[in-house]
Design a protein around this ligand. Sequence first.
Ligand SMILES: Cc1ncc(COP(=O)(O)O)c(C=O)c1O
Length: 471
Amino acid sequence: MSNDSSVDRIADRLRVLAAAAPPGSRLPSTRALVQDFAASPVTVQMALARLVAENLVETRPGAGSFVAHGWSGEPPDLSWQTRALGPLRTRANPVGTSLATVSPDAIALHSGYPAENLLPGRLVRASLARAARGPTALGRPPAGGLPELRAWFAGELAHATPRGTLPPTAADVVVTPGGQSALCSVFRALAAPGEPIVMESPTYWGAIAAAEQAGLMIVPVPRGTTAPSPDDVARALASSGARLFYAQPHFANPTGTTWTLDEGSALLKVVTAHDAFLVEDDWGHDFAFAHPVSPLAARDTDGHVVYIRSLTKSLAPALRVAAVVARGPARTRIHTDRTIDDLYVSGLLQTAALDVLTQPAWRTHVRSTARRLAERRDALATLLRRHAPGVDITLLPAGGLHLWVRLPDGTDPVSLTARCAARGLHIAPGHEWFPTEPPAPHLRLSYAVADPARFRDAVDILARELAREGG
Ligand SMILES: Cc1ncc(COP(=O)(O)O)c(C=O)c1O
């Protein structure tokens, strides 16, 4: 058992030893400290961690603990960097709250990646083990991706391609390390710094950040109840001269909205009429609750849709594999950008991903996960409706991982988020998903991470803190 006084005693002893010995000196081993203090290894580790945090001790896995090459003088003056670097390309803190790593005891409604028990863990581990024994474990794969994996991505679209339309092939696919890098490449490759890009508002914070990092000027169009109005998109493309329209037609992050087939066709027509590209981010493809996703890219006949499909949320966040499907010079430019950025994606990860995707158990997993996610969605929505007055669920999404909720006017989602975090509940403030001023206060609440048994506690904390905010 660990207790605070044992941690204090061990830390005090280590402090004395570290002060007396020159930097680099070896400190007593964990085993020796366990014996000397009749303490558990966990208690010793906690004491060591404290000294590491104080910069007095360095631990080297497998080698032991050593007196740190500590610094006792003034902290370095880095102010020259402020002068040298000049203005930021993105807003000061572009990385969303949803990426925060939180304590395992906390209730996580903030994250955009599903809980481990919703992933095909056994399949992924077995595929990684098989891949580790094969040739791609050591070698360099082709820059655009393994041909078999590219064929798999193309095949996914070809299934949905109507008769009479030329389906994409493996040659149209570029494998990327995740959907985020796909977004960065597409934006960089198809637009020059200073040029405009049209986006639904609100939209994925990572797409906003990628566009800003590429030096693009975001032209927002309101998302609407299901899709943006074709007139709004036409006006935005015409007035700005943008040739990119970034969109999430299915289970949009954050709103959960899905375009109807007709809306998709109308928007594709607008984009085509303006000689523009529709960048279709199909991030939630594997999280469809009722009807399978039918990507717009499958209906694209002449290269106006640049399609992004990521596997990181449905296979495993550790398998960072995604793909861009595009035709013509656009595909060539994206491929070039990708290659310049990181040459190729680990062949080991690509092989493991393909191995999972081609197991019959993969399809079964996708179906059962969708069922479990829909149950989680309903459980959280029911509790919010019953116990969190003032939290307005804007839509029950037909897929994906989140609820988008509106808060009473005047609520400050940032302070609400901070107060909930202090009570062990992590949520994501809605302003991070708006490329410009948010028109109303919102939160994004994920139902895919926390144990549903803790949803009630989460809703109670949120309701209590919201009531305090109002009063
Ligand atoms: C809409 C959307 N697109 C792309 C991504 C990027 O995901 P990844 O890089 O893990 O594939 C995310 C992640 O949250 C997302 O929500």
